[in-house]
Design a protein around this ligand. Structure first.
Ligand code: FAD
Ligand code: UDP
Length: 381
């Protein structure tokens, strides 16, 4: 029997499409994923220490869109979080992203927003229209803070100079002269109350019998055996076209978890300053001397109560046979290649390309949900 839609990828993009197509149009859908779980990179699970962890790095949900909140709230309640982090540089922790507290730490005495603004005005390099990630930071804070917090982190993570990355990469980090030290800019900041995987399960339940899911199934094998009228593809676009215009560059990450029990956590109290935690904040960035970029202790954000904890160190890596293409690399060269694939995609009949990998965009969760909803509206209009 043929399905109406074959959907490649069970991440946010694929599941939003499946939910809309089944519940709104009564279409018969099959979602396949090469992994052994749904949820794509947003998948979370309880590890052996009993801690709810994000398997593919921390996923801090945030958005400015009421439409996205309303849509997702059908499938989850929310646990509000002010995502707070610190940066470790020159042998000490700093308030980060840069704000008035960071400035006071730098000058070693209390200050004001006005004094900080005057200091920044002196330090910043006058560039009216920044065109890359180095310029966007030095034009706001100057060389000293750029080198302390951005240059090393960015080179380590992306394996290229910030000069060779679009403004959007470092430009997404807020810089403030008040005491707002939340990591993110968006108005709504919260995690799904029972986790992402539970949210995805509820989306799937809503689809009922019209949806079949096949895990550990790649598109390459499925397209030979499954009959379908239309295709929704959320995997890497270059792979879909057999790398005809060359490989698009991606960065990957190796996640190294480590769990601790009550004894170690008791000893760590003097460092974390909080009972039951290994470090002081949910995330500490390591821009300079270490091989990893950040250590995340997600229990701070999920609010889970446990006398154990799990931290995850993130080591940036090249994409390889065992390393997934997590990050599209936003710059002019990669855009040139992507545009060639985009043109091919536009001529592909009865196929929708949506999501972070299929459109090669460094997009957050709310943005890929918005993209999928828009694709659905387009084909429904
Ligand atoms: P994915 O989640 O990548 O899902 C695509 C799915 O397609 C995968 O499961 C994959 O296995 C499957 N697939 C691919 N090719 C094939 C094939 N040929 N056959 C079968 N299956 C295939 N966003 C935020 O909003 N906040 C954050 O804090 C945040 N942190 C992040 C941290 C990291 C380390 C990473 C990598 C991303 C982060 N994101 C964050 C971004 C977020 O992960 C993405 O926006 C979102 O997961 C994209 O959803 P998607 O469905 O488009 O893609
Ligand atoms: N960044 C940096 N120093 C930091 C944090 C971020 O230079 O302490 C830069 C870096 O290039 C990073 C980008 O800003 O890749 C975006 O950071 P974010 O934490 O949003 O990245 P993600 O969570 O997507 O990995």
């Amino acid at each position: 029997m043929a399905v109406d839609y074959l959907i490649v990828g069970a991440g946010f993009s694929g599941l939003v499409m499946a939910e809309r197509l089944t519940t709104q149009l009564g279409k018969r859908c099959m979602v396949i994923d090469q992994r052994d779980h749904v949820g794509g990179n947003c998948y979370d699970e309880y590890d052996e220490a009993g801690i709810l962890v994000h398997r593919y790095g921390p996923h801090y949900f945030r958005t400015n869109s009421d439409k996205i909140i309303d849509y997702l709230s059908q499938f989850t309640e929310w646990h509000p979080v002010d995502y707070q982090i610190k940066s470790y540089s020159d042998g000490r922790l700093w308030s980060f992203p840069i704000n008035l507290n960071t400035f006071e730490e730098l000058i070693g005495r209390p200050s004001t927003s006005e004094e900080m603004q005057a200091w920044l005005d002196q330090k910043r390099v006058p560039i009216e229209n920044p065109v890359n990630s180095e310029e966007v930071i030095i034009s706001q804070v100057g060389w000293e803070l750029y080198e302390k917090f951005f240059k090393g982190y960015t080179r380590k993570h992306w394996k290229c100079d910030p000069k060779d990355l679009d403004v959007s990469v470092c430009g997404r980090i807020p810089i403030r002269t008040n005491r707002d030290d939340r990591y993110l800019k968006e108005e709504f900041q919260a995690l799904p109350k029972e986790g992402y995987t539970r949210l995805f399960e509820r989306m799937i339940e809503a689809c009922g019998d019209l949806l079949e899911i096949r895990l550990q199934t790649s598109f390459e094998e499925a397209k030979e055996s499954i009959r379908f009228k239309r295709l929704v593809y959320t995997g890497p676009i270059d792979q879909y076209f057999n790398y005809r215009h060359g490989k698009l560059p991606y960065r990957s990450v190796r996640f190294e978890p480590e769990s601790f029990g009550p004894e170690t956590l008791k000893e760590r109290e003097t460092i974390s300053g909080k009972r039951g935690f290994w470090q002081a904040e949910m995330q500490i960035n390591y821009p300079n001397d270490e091989d990893f970029t950040r250590i995340v202790e997600i229990k701070h954000a999920t609010g889970q109560s446990s006398d154990h904890t799990t931290i995850v160190r993130e080591y940036p890596e090249d994409v390889g046979p065992h390393q997934e293409p997590y990050y599209p690399i936003p710059n002019q060269q990669s855009q040139k290649i992507y545009q060639q694939y985009k043109q091919l995609a536009e001529t592909e009949e009865d196929t929708i390309f949506t999501g972070r990998l299929a459109t090669y965009r460094y997009y957050n969760m709310d943005q890929v949900v918005a993209m999928a909803l828009k694709e659905f509206e387009r084909l429904n209009s």
